[in-house]
Design a protein. Structure first.
Length: 364
């Protein structure tokens, strides 16, 4: 009669052993990533010349804390889903570090921490958070989160849409507005994150938003930037229609695109690389979210930053974050392989740093 009870205890003991082994593996992975040799960050880099700024003084970023040392999730304990999410984000950061060390991609993965980059980073001093803006990746919602955290509005629902992008009224200071000492301190101590999505899908979104629909009524995209691209890159000069995606791709893939970028100024932020926007190999980010998994990443970021009890990420409409392979292939179907290859060459750093596959239509 003792057998069933003994077997029950044995099974409980076995399950407990498996749990201990699993947690040990997680801790080992955690320690490996935390104390991994950061030589890829410490080496002096040869910065790219950013296109939308004149001469600026480069900010030297001191050796920073790694994400694992900063991450202190709130709540009573680690659920199974939180453990999986933690490992996913640790693997993303490990991939980033490895690609940053790849000397063959140095010119595509490294950039100076210049005023152009610091202008992209928004600050929440109250909760020690830095958010680097990567346009066309759902940044409006993250701005709303930070606006609430900074105290300008008590809830996301109260924020008028015209206030979100008005940086004189939304209460979001940029990192560039601080002194060098204050910049270094925040880069060293604050929780830092940004969001990425498939680079080619992001370019399609930028093209549609700025040159087709233009919902914010920004006339300079159609009346100044589009004609400049057409004059330089349209092959059939007899065509009189507006900017086509093929023209846009040819401009972005041109190795000499920078002379036009200077004329376009800060408007280029909607299509320049994540590398140029956020300097991910120079700044040690705490978390890098992916638009394609935002339903999981948004709650994780809030928890990792310790603010999940203060604010929630706005509801994500069903299917909006799913990668649309058919749409991407349709947009690129009428464009020459040469032009697509040149475009990929420019954005290869973004593909490699964040684990996005080279498009199938380039492999066939």
């Amino acid at each position: 009669w003792l057998m069933p009870d003994n077997m029950h205890h044995q099974w409980l003991l076995l399950a407990a052993c498996f749990w201990v082994i699993f947690m040990f593996m997680v801790a080992s992975k955690f320690i490996t990533l935390t104390f991994k040799d950061p030589d890829g960050y410490g080496a002096k880099q040869e910065p790219l010349i950013l296109t939308a700024v004149t001469k600026v003084e480069e900010v030297h970023v001191p050796e920073q804390k790694h994400w694992a040392e900063e991450f202190q999730p709130t709540g009573k304990g680690f659920s199974g889903n939180l453990i999986r999410q933690t490992l996913v984000h640790m693997e993303r950061l490990e991939l980033l570090r490895n690609v940053c060390r790849d000397t063959a991609l140095k010119n595509l993965s490294h950039t100076a921490v210049s005023k152009f980059v610091l202008d992209r980073i928004f600050v929440c001093d109250k909760h020690k958070i830095l958010f680097c803006q990567t346009p066309k990746v759902g940044n409006t919602q993250w701005k709303k989160v930070l606006i609430v955290l900074n105290g300008a509005f008590s809830s996301i629902e109260e924020i008028p849409e015209n206030i979100v992008h008005d940086h004189e009224k939304n209460g979001l200071p940029r990192l560039s507005s601080f002194s060098d000492f204050e910049i270094k301190k925040r880069l060293n101590l604050y929780f830092k994150f940004f969001i990425v999505r498939d680079p080619f899908e992001r370019l399609i979104s930028a093209f549609k938003d700025k040159f087709v629909h233009n919902p914010r009524f920004e006339p300079w995209y159609r009346h100044e930037i589009a004609p400049g691209i057409i004059r330089k890159y349209r092959r059939n000069r007899t065509e009189t229609k507006g900017l086509q995606f093929e023209d846009f791709v040819r401009y972005l893939g041109d190795p000499n695109h920078r002379w036009l970028d200077v004329q376009f100024g800060d408007h280029i932020i909607h299509w320049v690389t994540y590398v140029e926007l956020c300097a991910p190999c120079e700044i040690t980010y705490s978390v890098i979210g992916h638009h394609e998994t935002l339903e999981d990443d948004a709650p994780f970021i809030l928890k990792a930053a310790g603010i999940d009890h203060l604010v929630s990420y706005p509801t994500i409409p069903p299917g909006i974050t799913v990668y649309n392979k058919t749409k991407v292939e349709r947009y690129f179907s009428g464009i020459s392989k040469r032009d697509i290859r040149r475009l990929y060459t420019r954005f290869e750093g973004d593909f490699k740093l964040f684990g996005y596959r080279e498009p199938d239509f380039l492999l066939n």
